[in-house]
Ligand binder design. Structure first.
Ligand code: RTP
Ligand code: MG
Length: 140
């Protein structure tokens, strides 16, 4: 079960442009099911903790500031090969390199304001899901 779940964030650039539904529709059309979802304003501490793996990267401070600049929608997605399926429909981090038909190609504004986050491994998916959701908030 855990291997078939991933964690997604619809980022502030996308919620600001009212793209929550359009992005969720693309995730659903890619074969993913939203089994948990909530719109939140991340605290600085939450964002710094979430991106702790990037804390020594030059873009860390900007990234945290961006992620707390507006609401985000955190979601748990379920489906076969959920992590890869989600990464495929998201497209490359930099929208200039993203394939046609991907969320980032269609909607991302920049390498930072790139509309969505998706876990990059089953292990990270489990940790990221637990960071934002209690087990009873996830209804498969
Ligand atoms: P994500 O974690 O959000 O799904 O994206 P990703 O794996 O494609 O990218 P990652 O390397 O994990 O970077 C996390 C987020 O940091 C921002 N970023 N900014 N200014 C820059 O050079 C830069 N590089 C990355 C992006 O918002 C990226 O999604
Ligand atoms: Mg990443």
């Amino acid at each position: 079960m855990a291997a078939n779940r991933t964690f997604s964030i619809i980022k502030p650039d996308a919620t600001r442009r009212n793209l929550t539904g359009a992005i969720t529709a693309m995730l659903e059309e890619a074969g993913l099911r939203v089994v948990a979802s909530k719109r939140i304003r991340m605290s600085r501490e939450q964002a710094e903790g979430f991106y702790a793996v990037h804390k020594d990267r030059p873009f860390f401070a900007d990234l945290v500031a961006f992620m707390i600049s507006g609401p985000v929608v955190v979601q748990v997605l379920e489906g076969e090969n959920a992590v890869k399926r989600n990464r495929d429909i998201m497209g490359a981090t930099n929208p200039e390199n993203a394939d046609e038909g991907t969320i980032r190609k269609r909607f991302a504004e920049s390498i930072e304001a790139n509309s969505v986050h998706g876990s990059d491994s089953d292990e990270n998916a489990a940790a990221e899901i637990a960071y934002f959701f209690k087990p009873e908030e996830i209804v498969g």
